[in-house]
Design a protein around this ligand. Structure first.
Ligand code: ATP
Length: 365
């Protein structure tokens, strides 16, 4: 096993497009790091450079202490699991898993191969299907065969490129837990590309957020959620997404489209000497005033608003509340929107309530 270090890594494709713009990332031995970001941000390019399927234009890639920029993929001793599994249709499950060992000609005896294949297939609960061909397996089983092939090699690191995106929601949930368990048991360094919020927030020790080829923040899931370094990370991490509201500072109050908030010391420090700010509020920071315990009835800022649409998901209810934007801040919101690739300006507030008494569409909340 090994650490993976990226030092100012750049990728410019032959057509001149720079997909990765100087990324620094230290992945510790045994660590599980998730790469997330919008479509086209360079996640797969970064992963493919690590595994050696793509040349590195500039910068340095180290596995352990060794610089591997010019090392062939097969000599890097990394195992990659793809979205489409990349299984051989004419080979049985057994032979698919054994494949990388057979490829290393003469390095393993038949007994060693057999032992490794059987151990991996037990771990992945594939032992009953070893003689089947991939066409006769479910999507989840195919994904496990692809993982088995990565495991038997005892590679220095696992690289996953959206491995679960072809599975339905339920199976994705199961496989997610299996990958987490497997990684914990094997303690193999793992880099995992996804754009699934749940995978990003639950699987990794740390999450690296990429945007337009640049690393925005690398932190624990909790760290990203609670302390995003910029508006992009704030808006990207979390589902439903953080609300961005324009705020106008007037004396001792902050005027938001939904309410006036008194500026206490903490808010005053955050606002500084600005008179227009963007206020980020997570949907789960709201509560239904009717369900507050009596001792908290005076807490927070109360507001009333018309609820447009509600969505009930079992343990939470999302309520959508349209708001009007003051002319003075319209330009700022449009700039923000452009900055965030259309993800910024929302003319409605999303609130998420877990103890719901009364809120329905058409109500005043
Ligand atoms: P997705 O989530 O959609 O898979 P991604 O974050 O994995 O996206 P990449 O596949 O790494 O994105 O691509 C990053 C950028 O590089 C994209 O803008 C893409 O169009 C561009 N790109 C990828 N391959 C090439 C290539 N061979 N030549 C030129 N540009 C490329």
């Amino acid at each position: 096993m090994a650490s993976i270090t990226l030092d100012n890594v750049v990728k410019t494709y032959p057509d001149g497009f720079t997909a990765v713009k100087g990324v620094d990332l230290d992945i510790a031995d045994g660590e599980f790091v998730i790469l997330v970001g919008p479509s086209g941000c360079g996640k797969s390019t970064l992963l493919r450079m690590i595994v050696g399927l793509e040349d590195i234009t500039d910068g340095e890639l180290r596995i352990g202490d060794e610089v591997v920029n010019d090392k062939a993929p097969r000599d890097r001793d990394l195992a990659m699991v793809f979205q489409n599994y990349a299984l051989y249709p004419h080979l049985t499950v057994y032979e698919n898993i054994a494949f990388p060992l057979r490829l290393a000609k003469g390095q393993y005896t038949e007994e060693q191969i057999d032992e490794r294949v059987r151990n991996a297939s037990k771990l992945l609960e594939l032992d009953e299907h070893l003689q089947r061909k991939p066409a006769n397996l479910s999507g989840g089983q195919r994904q496990r065969v692809a993982m088995g092939r990565a495991i038997v090699r005892r590679a220095k690191a696992f690289l996953f490129d959206e491995p679960l995106s072809n599975l339905d929601a339920k199976l994705r949930g199961q496989m997610r837990t299996e990958i987490a368990r497997l990684q914990r048991n094997l303690a193999t360094t793992t880099v995992y590309v996804t754009h699934d919020q749940t995978e990003a927030m639950t699987l990794g020790d740390r999450v690296a957020v990429l945007r337009r080829g640049e690393l925005q923040q690398v932190a624990s899931p909790r760290g990203l959620y609670d302390q995003p370094v910029n508006l992009f990370v704030a808006g990207f991490i979390g589902s439903p997404p953080m609300n961005f509201l324009p705020g106008i500072v007037e004396g001792d109050v902050l005027r938001l489209p939904i309410a006036e908030v008194p500026l206490d010391d903490r808010l005053r420090a955050a606002v500084g000497d600005r008179d227009i700010v963007i206020v980020g509020i997570r949907p789960d920071s709201f509560e239904d005033a009717d369900t507050l315990e009596p001792d908290r009835a005076g807490a927070g800022v109360h507001f009333e608003a018309d609820v447009d649409v509600t969505e009930w998901l079992g343990e939470v209810l999302y309520a959508y509340i349209p708001f009007e934007t003051h002319d003075a801040v319209r330009q700022q919101l449009e700039d923000l929107d452009r900055d965030l690739d259309g993800e910024g300006m929302r003319s409605q507030l999303i609130i998420s309530l877990d103890s719901v008494s009364t809120v329905r569409a058409g109500d005043t909340a």
